[in-house]
Ligand binder design. Structure first.
Ligand code: SF4
Length: 246
């Protein structure tokens, strides 16, 4: 099959400016990233604000492993494209499942998600502490599917373990952030994940789809701004073969 490179680009709103982003006295920020579609806008806003930042990817909740690698590699590729340092945390999936015991039937935004945010942000806080970052933040709360107060609560708790570390609870959705998040995802043709990440969110998303008469999720088959599913044998990180959508 012939690969067709992207030929059109959606018109983007201007990136946010330094006046809108003020992390405090220091400008060295550790950005915990959950995936490229969520962190893309934040990365561009930080860069436009001339804030020195580093990405830390630690998301052992993502299941299965292929889905984890897909989301991580998408994030690595976008970081590399923008010249941003990227640190890859462990895929400590057994520990995530150990902590999730008894929380399997919790709904999204419930106690299992608090555990999940705690685990990821505690690890990010430790990395920040060990590597001299005084400010940390996360892409987790930019998603409208997440409870921002829940994410921020976990972030503040994680940072509070260290004297010289603060959690920056900037509202990344405001100031055009949510709109730009989608614009950038389409522009970059990021892999479009259809469930939050863990095996239980995959189960619950599929149960919801079954109720609506929709087929189950096929991980690894959709991209933002591209019509249709990727064919068998294509990967979400392979060159474009489908028609772009505006
Ligand atoms: S639904 Fe999402 S945030 Fe909640 S436990 Fe699963 S992966 Fe973590």
């Amino acid at each position: 099959m012939t690969s067709t490179p992207p030929t059109t680009r959606p018109k983007l709103t201007p990136p946010r400016t330094p006046a809108q982003l003020q992390p405090g006295a220091t400008t060295r920020v550790l950005l915990h990233s959950c995936c490229a579609p969520c962190s893309g806008e934040i990365m561009e806003a930080l860069s436009a604000s001339r804030i020195d930042y580093t990405i830390f990817f630690y998301n052992p909740n993502i299941h299965p492993r292929d889905e984890y690698e897909l989301r991580k590699n998408e994030n690595i590729a976008f970081a590399r494209k923008n010249g941003i340092p990227f640190f890859d945390g462990d895929y400590d999936s057994p520990e995530w499942f150990r902590r999730a015991k008894g929380l399997e039937m919790e709904p999204e935004r419930g106690a299992r998600c608090t555990m999940c945010f705690d685990m990821r942000l505690e690890r990010a806080a430790l990395f920040a502490h060990e590597n001299g970052f005084q400010v940390m933040t996360s892409s987790l709360a930019i998603s409208r599917w997440k409870n921002m107060a829940q994410v921020n609560g976990c972030g503040h708790k994680a940072a509070s373990h260290y004297d010289n570390l603060v959690y920056w609870d900037f509202n990344w959705r405001k100031g055009g952030g949510s709109a730009r998040q989608v614009e950038i995802a389409k522009r970059e043709h990021f892999y479009k994940q259809e469930y939050c990440g863990c095996v239980f969110s995959l189960r619950d998303s599929n149960a919801w789809r079954a109720q609506k008469g929709l087929p189950p999720i096929e991980p690894g088959t959709l991209r933002y701004g591209v019509e249709g599913k990727l064919a068998v044998g294509e990967s979400a990180s392979s060159p474009l073969t489908k028609k772009e959508t505006p």
